[in-house]
Design a protein around this ligand. Structure first.
Ligand code: ATP
Length: 233
């Protein structure tokens, strides 16, 4: 469904992605692993059109995403949940979700909202609360819920576990697995490799802007390099 081919991305003189290629099939949950600075966030931002590649391509089904604007990419079915969540703290939960649904016809928004509330009953309970007063875990749920309001085919998740207590991380990963099981394809970037591989079908390891390893989640979990670098031995 998503084919990334030979991507090169620069920040000025910094060559952040040096020929990244990988694919995500329809319905899969795929994790990108890698140390700080490996290029994971840059990859997600390039898929969602926030960054432009100097070379290479991003294909979603038959469309070339690297040639279109980011708001058009959202309309093509790609939703990006950024690192740090970026919810609107002075708006309520329901207002944040409505903002997420801006690309969809009003007539279908009720169905999207029902889906979000089914995935995250906590958001339903707190719908009138200001987003800035939610806990970190609830804010992450809201960031994912806002992305789901666009009815994505492909959900890009950047470090959803960041700054959250282990119990909450488990809950969020269970939510991600449940969303994927409804047919939404997921590309996940995570520092928490053990949790990410536990819910993923496959994964890729990025190192200094290149893919150095790929495999099924169980292959990667058993790989010596992955165990030493990302799973604590
Ligand atoms: P992290 O987990 O720390 O976010 P990452 O794997 O997501 O790491 P990126 O954020 O994609 O890595 O960064 C890839 C490279 O690009 C790094 O060398 C980083 O220093 C550089 N970089 C990222 N953002 C910028 C920027 N806005 N300006 C200049 N260089 C940047």
């Amino acid at each position: 469904m998503l084919h990334i081919n030979n991507l090169h991305v620069y920040y000025g003189a910094i060559h952040a992605l040096k020929g990244v290629s990988f694919a995500v099939q329809q319905g899969e949950l795929v994790t990108l692993l890698g140390a700080n600075g490996a290029g994971k966030t840059t990859t997600l931002k390039t898929v969602s059109g926030l960054l432009r590649p100097a070379r290479g391509s991003v294909q979603l089904e038959s469309e070339s995403l690297h040639k279109i604007e980011s708001h058009e990419i959202v309309r093509r079915g790609v939703a990006h949940v950024p690192e740090g969540r970026k919810i609107f703290p002075r708006f309520t939960v329901i207002e944040n979700l409505a903002i997420g649904g801006y690309t969809r016809p009003k007539s279908v928004l009720g169905a999207e909202l029902d889906f979000v509330f089914q995935m995250f009953p906590r958001l339903k309970e707190r719908q009138k609360q200001y987003a800035g007063t939610l806990s970190g875990g609830e804010q992450q749920m809201l960031a994912i819920g806002r992305a789901l309001m666009t009815k994505p085919k492909l959900l890009l998740l950047d470090e959803p576990s960041m700054g959250l207590a282990p119990k909450i991380v488990e809950q969020i990963f269970e939510n991600i697995r449940a969303i994927n099981s409804t047919g939404v394809t997921v590309l996940l970037v995570e520092q928490n490799a053990a949790m990410a591989l536990a819910i993923s079908h496959r994964g890729y390891v990025l190192e200094t802007g290149s893919v150095i390893l790929e495999g099924t989640a169980s292959e990667l979990s058993g790989n010596d390099l992955v165990r030493q670098a990302y799973l604590g031995g």
